[in-house]
Design a protein around this ligand. Structure first.
Ligand SMILES: Nc1nc2c(ncn2[C@@H]2O[C@H](COP(=O)(O)OP(=O)(O)OP(=O)(O)O)[C@@H](O)[C@H]2O)c(=O)[nH]1
Ligand SMILES: [Mg+2]
Length: 453
């Protein structure tokens, strides 16, 4: 794991904090014990006051002026990382920033690894793990809703909910353990009832939290939806309509699309990656055959498949040929209704929706959009609902906690077992905020950051 190496390193680190490429302003960040002394050498500012911006020169060792800009110092512990931090704000030219970065490195700092600044903030208790993850989420957010959720997590909403439940859980566990230590003071019938009720209430809160977290994760990561169907059925026309631009070539020649075409679309605040694929048919054309193989691979990776049809009678062919795995999320779409007397509507084929539409004339597409959201339980999605960014890791932990609490309730007559299950639930809860976390987990989380964060 890339990051394990920085777990016990408190040297001075630096990186260009702004995105690669040219920009009006570029930022170089330095954190660690030598941050201020390095900055003094570069700017020749004698005393750098904390939390005060100073307009200064940035110079090389031989006195060559590189640029002028803002020098900002943050004295430990009142900084993002909790260490001494300095930021240089200068013009955002890649060569300029690189030259100044090399100067900082030559004065004793080393290059920061991805996520290392945030990792230090975590180690120095400036952020807990969910907040550190939210830093990465807010940078990677692709819609406004995702930004707001990440901001809620960063502010500590998710951690607060977990910590409150953790407190309640510890209280009950302590009480049971105390009773176990003094067996002469048996837990009486009424108390048992109260313990059970408390565990039930925590479990309900975990279930509620999980529901919010699932939505948060969908908004954060979105999901992949692919279009499949016979050549010429209108798949590319549909992806172009959704993405409001010509991402795929549309012709009346069957077999036009060969490589999968991708477009990211924001549907009700949810980022969806649509993939248009090569039409499925028996073919001897080698290139088209390769395209069809890719289609199968794309179907496997998609959370939902939209199968476009010329006629509903084709559904049986797909089912007879076992094109889709048994638990695949499918929406059938009969396209080109403008050529028949069919009306735009939604019906069902077995358990899956069947939408009648026209991609070319934008008929029934609103119904299709609604069915897409519905297939993920998001049709009545309230974008004002207080959510937070969450990840698979959080969902897995919440599921585990729920299991432990369930077991605790099942063994309520045996306090030793209840205490053990509550302890496991407590450990799992603490793993969410990072109180109990392995090096591997930390490495995995922080290595996904960009450099400079
Ligand atoms: N009348 C009518 N024509 C449509 C409709 N949707 C698509 N077409 C036409 O059907 C033809 C094929 O459309 P495409 O979107 O290229 O079809 P495709 O499924 O991507 O085809 P391949 O890439 O070859 O697999 C084009 O001439 C489209 O203009 C529709 O709703 N009504
Ligand atoms: Mg196509």
């Amino acid at each position: 794991m890339v990051n394990s190496s920085f777990l016990n390193d408190d040297g001075t680190i630096t990186a260009i904090a702004t995105a690669a490429g040219m920009g009006g302003v570029g930022v170089i960040r330095i954190s660690g014990p030598d941050a201020f002394s390095i900055a003094q050498k570069i700017t020749q500012v004698k005393t750098i006051e904390s939390h005060r911006a100073v307009f200064s020169s940035f110079l090389l060792k031989d006195g060559q002026l590189l640029d002028k800009g803002l020098l900002l110092g943050f004295k430990s512990p009142k900084s993002f990382t909790g260490e001494d931090v300095v930021e240089f704000q200068l013009h955002g030219g890649p060569a300029l920033l690189q030259t100044l970065l090399e100067e900082v490195l030559s004065l004793g700092a080393r290059m920061a690894k991805p996520g290392e600044f945030t990792f230090r903030a975590f180690v120095n208790n400036k952020l807990d793990l969910t907040q550190a993850e939210a830093v990465s989420d807010i940078i990677n957010a692709s819609t406004k809703s995702a930004v707001i959720n990440a901001a809620n997590s960063l502010k500590g909403d998710f951690s607060l909910k977990i910590n409150n439940l953790l407190k309640e859980l510890i209280d009950i566990r302590m009480y049971i353990e105390a009773c176990l230590d003094f067996p002469e003071e048996e837990i009486d019938f009424i108390e048992k009832g109260q313990i059970k009720a408390k565990i039930e209430s925590i479990r309900q809160s975990i279930i509620d939290l999980n529901q919010i977290a699932v939505k948060g994760q969908i908004i954060q990561d979105g999901f992949q939806v692919c279009f499949v169907g016979k050549p010429n059925v209108g798949k590319s026309t549909l992806i172009n309509l959704f993405s409001k631009e010509e991402v795929a070539i549309v012709t009346d020649i069957p077999g036009t699309t060969r490589d999968p075409v991708r477009a990211s679309i924001n549907l009700n605040g949810i980022p969806i990656k649509f993939v248009d694929t090569a039409g499925i048919r028996e073919t001897t054309d080698v290139v088209e055959k390769a395209g069809i193989e890719k289609t199968r691979a794309t179907i496997e990776r998609s959370a939902l498949v939209i199968v476009m049809l010329d006629d509903e009678s084709e559904i049986k062919d797909y089912l007879n040929h076992n094109i889709f795995s048994h638990d695949m999320n499918i929406i059938w779409v009969v396209n080109k209704i403008d050529l028949s007397s069919k009306k735009a509507k939604v019906t069902h084929y077995e358990n899956n929706p069947l939408v009648y539409a026209s991609a070319k004339f934008n008929l029934g597409i609103d119904l299709l959009e609604n069915e897409i959201l519905k297939s993920f339980g998001l049709e009545s999605f309230d974008t004002n609902e207080q959510l937070f960014s969450s990840r698979q890791r959080h969902l897995d932990a919440l599921k585990q906690i729920n299991n432990y609490l369930k077991k605790a309730l099942e063994t309520i007559e045996q306090p030793e077992l209840v205490a053990e299950e509550l302890f496991l639930a407590q450990k799992e809860m603490s793993s969410i905020t990072g109180e109990f976390s392995t090096e591997d987990l930390l490495g995995e989380i922080f290595s996904r950051f960009c450099i400079g964060k």
